[in-house]
Design a protein around this ligand. Structure first.
Ligand code: UD1
Length: 419
């Protein structure tokens, strides 16, 4: 295992390029299962989750050719429509093959993902939605078995907004017989990046007024070429890094329209930013103001930026209350931030963060993807050295995070865990 060693107190300066979005590329890769045509995906980030998805696609019989940022996928034939536990347990997003397999093969056997560090994370709504489309769904020995002989257009309203649930149901409907209306669908930009791909493939999808989509099933879909949108969560992470530890950092490719809630919060905190055609420039802020924040589905403040925001609130002037409304256990970073001298108390879904003048470097442990980056941000401004262990979590979703920070001047090294 690897860890990151970080020397705190160095100011960041320069520019950083945002990679393709993890949460867009994964469903787009799954969409290749809908066609026997060639699918060309560009701006593909080299992430552990992308490699896991490739393993799964490989097991399903997909031809893979990955060169640099370009990935060519071709699912001429599906070997066996099964997503095994081994792969699903390492990455919950593996469940994204369920919708496409149901649509193409009219059958799928996908392992149930189970809980994870940040909460229960059931897929009951994916299953309910499929049943509404006429799919027979059974749960057997930890697997979802979906038999879609009678896949028919229908209507379905999600009880709760779910990102991968929306994506699965849209992909299941594109080749169903007749019309489907899905309501209370997730509005995340990554969902619309996928929809754009599906339209390129020949799917008929129309966005309706009230968080709804209308899908007209078609007989078959073709291949596509697509460039993945930039990762707004990575962009937000670097903006927060710049505010906390920067002199001046240009986050290239950050799209302001995708991150208005985060940008509003940053400016309430007193962070100065410039919106440029090539990205967003952020200036280091000596007196970050403590401002309350609550996570919500898009366009609200993303749960995937909650931990990084908390790292910033740890050194802000004053007290802030952070409310996590999406995942019930997403405060695993709190105990580790405390080890660095942060003053945080948690009551249920609320964390009260009293800003301190200085954090102190310490050995800490990453518990999930975004918690990892928040610990790195805290370490950048802490006094002395920190060691963040278990960074395989970080590598799941950030491409070359340490290398990008090093280019900005950070003193950060990757070491073997026992070094
Ligand atoms: C996606 C993102 C993840 C992000 C999350 C919330 C991907 C690959 N991952 O995860 O980075 O943190 O959205 O923005 O895009 N829920 C149910 N039943 C279901 C499905 C979800 O109760 O069938 C609940 C979940 O437990 C959670 C909430 O709905 O409380 C939102 O989860 P969801 O949007 O589904 O998260 P993911 O799609 O797994």
């Amino acid at each position: 295992m690897e860890a990151l060693v970080i020397e705190g107190g160095v100011r960041l300066k320069g520019e950083v390029l945002v990679s393709g979005a993890k949460n867009a590329v994964l469903p787009i890769m799954a969409a290749c299962l809908l066609t026997d045509g060639e699918c060309v995906i560009r701006n593909v980030p080299d992430l552990r989750d992308v490699r896991t998805m490739l393993k799964l696609l490989d097991a399903l019989g997909v031809d893979i050719d990955w060169r640099g940022r370009e990935l060519r996928l071709r699912a001429k034939r599906i070997k066996e429509p099964v997503a095994p536990y081994d792969l699903v347990k390492t990455m919950r997003a593996s469940v994204l093959v369920l919708g496409p397999l149901v649509a193409r093969e009219r059958f799928a056997k996908v392992s149930l993902p189970g809980g994870c560090a940040i909460g229960e994370r059931p897929i009951d709504l994916h299953i309910k939605g499929l049943r509404q489309l006429g799919v027979e769904v059974d749960l057997e020995k930890g697997y979802v078995i979906a038999d879609a002989k009678r896949l028919e257009g229908s209507i379905f309203a999600f009880d709760k907004v779910t990102v991968t649930g929306t994506e699965n149901l849209i992909m299941a409907s594109v080749m169903a017989k007749g019309e489907t209306i899905l309501e209370n669908v997730a509005q995340e930009p990554e969902v619309w990046d996928l929809v754009e791909v599906l339209k390129k493939m020949g799917a008929k999808i129309e966005k309706l007024d009230v968080n709804a989509v209308r899908i007209e099933g078609v007989e078959r879909l073709s291949g596509f070429e697509h460039e993945v949108m930039p990762d707004r969560i990575e962009a937000a992470t670097f903006l927060i890094a710049g505010a906390m530890a920067g002199e001046e950092v240009l986050v290239r490719n950050a799209i302001k329209e995708h991150m208005v809630a985060v940008l509003t919060k940053l400016s309430e905190c007193g962070v100065r930013m410039e919106f440029l055609p090539e990205g967003i420039k952020v200036y280091g802020c000596d007196r970050i103001k403590a401002v309350d924040m609550e996570t919500f589905p898009y366009p609200g403040f993303p749960t995937d930026v909650q931990a990084q925001y908390m790292a910033m609130m740890c050194i802000a002037k004053g007290t802030s209350v952070i409310t996590e409304n999406i995942f019930e256990r997403r405060f695993m970073h709190v105990a580790e931030l405390r080890r660095m001298g942060a003053d945080i108390t948690v009551e249920g879904k609320r964390a009260v963060v009293r800003g301190v003048k200085k954090l102190k470097g310490a050995p800490v442990m990453a518990s999930d993807l975004r918690a990892s980056s928040s610990l790195v941000l805290a370490a950048l401004v802490a006094e002395g050295n920190s060691k963040v262990s278990r960074i395989y979590h970080l590598d799941r979703g950030y491409e070359k995070f340490d290398e990008k920070l090093r280019k900005l001047g950070a003193r950060i090294w990757r070491v073997k865990e026992d070094a």
